[in-house]
Design a protein around this ligand. Structure first.
Ligand code: GDP
Length: 177
């Protein structure tokens, strides 16, 4: 008899153009498109993953234009099991805005235990090494100051570390319960 697979909700948050849609496409479909996806409102993709002996379906939520879609905010954040805070390694502003995104998430998501909630930090566009403007040290310092958040440098273009980051998200949210 087939048992039902647990569905978990994962949210990608960060400034526009940091590569949220691209990370999701790379993880779920192993595809990269150099055009922007121009997400309108919310996009959700599912992917079945295995963590040890457990099979789960990760439901990954990406959004664009939070400023324009304010009414979508609370439903978008509510019930999230994990939040992947994403910035662009070539864009310092997108890194500086990570605190704002974390606060925004906590304001709307109704998280019971903030210290235990699974956040990850993703520095994306790692393939653009020559244009890099945010150091790994700065990103790791942020992670230490915010409860030892795991940090991954990803490339949605090459796929580097994308699978690992989502696997880590899956492990963390299963531990979180
Ligand atoms: P979003 O607004 O955060 O969802 O960002 P998109 O996924 O639409 O990506 C914005 C732009 O950055 C697009 O032109 C993507 O092709 C590009 N992009 C996304 N991820 C990467 C990456 O890892 N490396 C490079 N070189 N470009 C990327």
């Amino acid at each position: 008899m087939a048992s039902s697979t647990r569905m978990v909700k994962v949210i990608l948050l960060g400034d526009g153009s940091v590569g949220k849609s691209s990370l999701m496409q790379q993880f779920v479909r192993n595809e990269f498109n150099s055009e922007s996806f121009h997400t309108i409102g919310v996009e959700v993709l599912n992917k079945d993953v295995r963590v040890g002996s457990e099979a789960i379906t990760m439901q990954i939520w990406d959004t664009a234009g939070q400023e324009r879609f304010r009414s979508l905010r609370t439903p978008f954040y509510r019930g999230a099991d994990c939040c992947m805070l994403t910035f662009d390694l070539t864009d310092p502003n997108s890194f500086n805005n990570i605190n704002m995104w974390r606060d925004e998430f906590l304001k709307h998501a109704s998280v019971d235990d903030v210290a235990a909630f699974p956040f990850l930090l993703l520095g994306n566009k790692a393939d653009l090494a020559e244009q890099r403007q945010v150091t790994a040290e700065a990103a790791r310092a942020w992670c230490r100051e915010n409860g030892n958040v795991p940090y991954y440098e990803t490339s949605a273009k090459t796929g580097s570390n994308v699978e690992d980051a989502f696997q880590q998200a899956a492990r963390m949210l299963l531990q979180h319960g």
